[in-house]
Design a protein around this ligand. Structure first.
Ligand SMILES: Cc1ncc(C[n+]2csc(CCOP(=O)(O)OP(=O)(O)O)c2C)c(N)n1
Ligand SMILES: [Mg+2]
Length: 786
């Protein structure tokens, strides 16, 4: 363990000994309950499938003291916390002590309907602020939540005095996730504040012990990006030992000790420490006597008395922070602290066996049969502990999860008219919203990873400005350099510009999309990016949806249709992502009136309690717009599909398409109508809604014995049972191929499942077989004359 310069804690105000004793008692309960919850799930609860249930006793023990110091002595109700995923049992135990978690839930830890393996905003009943699970994402999420909090304050929507600290409790291996550093960079650019990252620095990951070489680098990286780094390395016992004769040599030895050796000796215990220390530094003045002053048990306690387990030191340090500068606390810990496998490199998934557990139970004085009792074995202190818990600042009555009122779209959306693309129409709609005065537009916040202008958000930004905590002058404008784009930043700006890091886009959308719930003030986030680069941030997108954050994702351009840009920019499988992603509804309109109706519907759906986020896959291809007979098509369209050209009853052929291939589908239909006059053309602006609705009808089978007809089923009912269907999309053919299964129609799905290349639309549609000829050939193959 290399030396550190910052022996935090020694200069801080002292902690009241009575309070320290109480928090230490509560810590014992938390240590016990979290270990017991995991043990119960694995060894006591009946297993039907024989699978290991799991849970992380070592990772939990590593973070327990830090969490107890924070939750019982430091946090305030307005603070929001992302808890290291595999310390979930510690979190649930603390919530149980607060009375916000039930015994039934703990008994069902990792079982259906019980406390979740990793803290979940949507599935857990206790007070989870940010879901975690995919390491690194919850950490970075706190930075974006803080930026959103500042945005609300600067816009006058939130009182600055209500600002909380956005806190991540993270494992040290999470520092290997690249998204952490993308967030640090973005945070620095946005003048991040009120953010704490508390690192459980046990120097172990899942597989093994982490590299010594990285140690000082982390401090450098954080400091470079504007953070204050505080090392909490030596516990008070160690600090006292260092002051005695031989203490400096002991400290130097600790500092020089490789992580692997420190862990191995931690596992082996006091005698092993003594042998090694005597061999290495026993000859140094004072050391022999110093070590003789400790029994083996005491020596083990001394050597594992790292700062992250010293509640007094933790309280002093956390309480001493009086600035809003972002803070990183590197808390040295022992993975599995106090448990039989502490320090062992393989302890990540290790579970105590029943006899080890019985030993821990005896050691903690928990009587048999009273394992779940709040204060088992410390009944004499129960009244005091209960009273203390009611006074804990974090546990004071406060709304920690808000309901924010919904906002109605007051104006009709204006996509413009004439031949144009859905991307251009999107820009016009946003521009008009920007010019307008609707309350909904006032709550829109847009964001984009360096593709604001090229995704047609420029007009909106010109109207509403860029969000910046400091005034940001548009120098080009001031210098009278002509540009259509006003690039001016201020506290009331409604566009948050991001650097090119799609992970950050999705984490920003996650934070913005939870603003109503986290801070009580709803935002309507609209994020834009190029469709293929959804892949870059896919895990963060999934993470945002998992938390049920609400946003509109506008991905444009997309597909082969952006022809000359070539294969690197032509998305293929994003429609399938859109369909398979829960809590995200995917739309791919062909026409601009469809887009306007979808956006209007989307702004409502994003706010509905049982709604979700919305994903629009748009295109740069300018299309002639259809002339419509009334707007009856809209109701069907908002269920996913409508007949653009209705088939005759009992028709033998239908073409079904999604998106920018509308002209090819129409052209093919016109040719076919000469031979098959009853043929129909179906537009599917949302394969996702259509499929979900069909799946729901399939799932309803067997529930009540009655099959609810699906929307697609109703639409297809006018076709002959022997009809042939051709589906076509500029994307993965599987997006629409399932339609053949609805009524058992013979179906030929056209689409793209190979990387594209540069070309023009005609050449590419022809080569990848989604053009008019391909549709006609497919029609010929499915059309069987009876
Ligand atoms: C993105 C992602 N990759 C892999 C995992 C599997 N995983 C869970 S915990 C972990 C290592 C955790 O080490 P650390 O963060 O140091 O936590 P500790 O258990 O040591 O406290 C890994 C690789 C995951 N949860 N998320
Ligand atoms: Mg670790």
């Amino acid at each position: 363990m290399p030396p550190i310069t910052d022996a935090a804690g020694s200069q801080h105000a002292t902690v009241d000994p009575a309070e320290l004793e109480t928090i230490t008692d509560l810590y014992d309960r938390v240590q016990w309950l979290s270990s017991w919850t995991i043990h119960h799930a694995n060894n006591i609860r009946e297993s039907r499938d024989g699978l290991k249930v799991g849970g992380h006793q070592a990772s939990s023990a590593s973070l327990a003291a830090i969490m107890c110091a924070l939750y019982f002595g430091v946090l305030r109700p307005e603070d929001r916390v992302a808890v290291k995923p595999h310390a979930s049992p510690v979190f649930h135990a603390i919530q149980y002590l607060f009375g916000k978690q039930t015994r039934e839930q703990l008994e069902r830890f990792r079982a259906l309907g019980g406390a979740q393996s990793y803290p979940s905003r949507t599935k857990d009943i206790d007070d989870v602020d940010f879901s975690t699970g995919s390491v690194g994402l919850g950490v970075a999420m706190t930075a974006f939540a803080s930026m959103v909090q500042d945005h609300l304050i600067d816009r006058g929507l939130m009182d600055a005095s209500k600002a909380g600290r956005m806190i991540a409790l993270m494992g040290d291996a999470e520092l290997d996730e690249g998204n952490i550093y993308e967030a640090l960079i973005e945070g620095y650019k946005h003048n991040l504040r009120n953010c704490w990252w508390v690192i459980d620095y046990n120097r172990q990951s899942l597989d093994s012990i982490t590299s010594d070489r990285m140690f000082t680098r982390f401090t450098d990286i954080f400091e470079t990006t504007g953070w204050k780094v505080i090392n909490i390395k030596y516990g008070k016992k160690q600090q006292a030992a260092f002051k005695r004769p031989g203490g400096i040599a002991l400290r130097d030895w600790i500092d020089a000790c490789p992580n692997t050796l420190y862990s191995a000796l931690t596992y082996k215990g006091g005698a092993a420490w003594r042998e090694r220390l005597m061999a290495d530094i026993g000859a140094k003045r004072g050391v022999k006597k110093l070590l003789e002053g400790y029994s083996d048990t005491e020596l083990q306690a001394l050597m594992t008395n790292l700062g992250g387990h010293d509640i007094e030191l933790l309280l002093e340090t956390f309480r001493s922070i009086d600035s809003d500068q972002p803070h990183c606390f590197i808390c040295y810990t022992v993975k599995g602290y106090g448990l039989p496998f502490q320090g062992h490199k393989d302890n990540h998934s290790g579970l105590m066996n029943p006899s080890q557990m019985a030993e821990l139970q005896a050691q903690m004085g928990v009587p048999e049969g009273k394992e779940w009792d709040l204060f088992a074995g410390m009944e004499d202190k129960a009244a005091h502990l209960e009273k203390f818990l009611t006074k804990v600042p974090f546990n004071q009555p406060a709304t920690r999860r808000h309901d924010a009122p919904t906002l109605k779209l007051e104006d009709a959306l204006e996509p413009g008219s004439g031949k144009q693309s859905t991307q251009v129409a999107f820009g016009k709609i946003m521009n008009a919203l920007g010019k307008g005065t609707s309350k909904l537009a006032d709550r829109i916040i847009t964001t984009s990873p360096d593709v604001t202008v090229s995704t047609n958000l420029g007009g909106w930004v010109n109207q509403r400005g860029i969000y910046s905590r400091d005034l940001m002058e548009d120098v080009f404008k001031a210098e009278k350099v002509v540009s259509p784009q006003i690039w001016q930043g201020h506290g009331k700006g409604q566009h948050m510009e991001l650097g090119i890091a799609e992970n950050n886009l999705f984490l920003a959308l996650a934070a913005m999309g939870l603003a109503g719930s986290l801070f009580g003030e709803r935002l309507i986030p609209v994020g834009t990016l190029y469709d293929p680069f959804i892949n870059r941030g896919l895990d963060a997108l999934n993470y945002a949806c998992y938390q049920d954050a609400r946003f509109m994702l506008v991905a444009t351009p997309s597909g082969l249709t952006l022809a000359p840009e070539g294969g690197a920019h032509q998305s293929i499988h994003t429609p399938v992502i859109g369909m398979a992603q829960d809590k995200l509804v995917y739309f791919e309109p062909a026409y601009t009136d469809e887009l306007a109706a979808i956006m209007a519907w989307g702004f409502d759906y994003m706010q509905a309690p049982d709604g979700s986020s919305v994903y629009l896959r748009l295109s740069t291809r300018a299309l002639e717009q259809p002339s419509r007979d009334g707007d009856a098509w809209q109701a069907d369209m908002l269920k996913g599909a409508y007949w653009e050209h209705a088939p005759a009853q009992g028709a033998e052929l239908a073409i079904i398409y999604t998106g920018a291939v509308a002209p090819e589908a129409n052209a093919a239909l016109q040719e076919i109508l000469e031979d098959v006059p009853g043929a129909g053309l179906m537009a599917v602006p949302s394969p996702d809604l259509l499929h979900k609705d069909w799946s729901e009808s399939v799932r309803s089978l067997g529930r009540d014995g009655v099959r609810r007809e699906s929307h697609i089923g109703r639409l297809l009912a006018s076709l002959s049972p022997n009809a042939g269907i051709v589906t076509v999309i500029d994307g993965a053919p599987t997006t629409l191929s399932w339609i053949g299964g609805v009524k058992g129609h013979r179906t030929m799905p056209l689409g793209v499942d190979q990387f594209g290349q540069s070309g023009d639309i005609d050449d590419l549609y022809d080569k990848y077989r989604i053009g008019t000829d391909a549709i006609l050939d497919a029609c010929a193959s499915v059309y069987v004359v009876d």
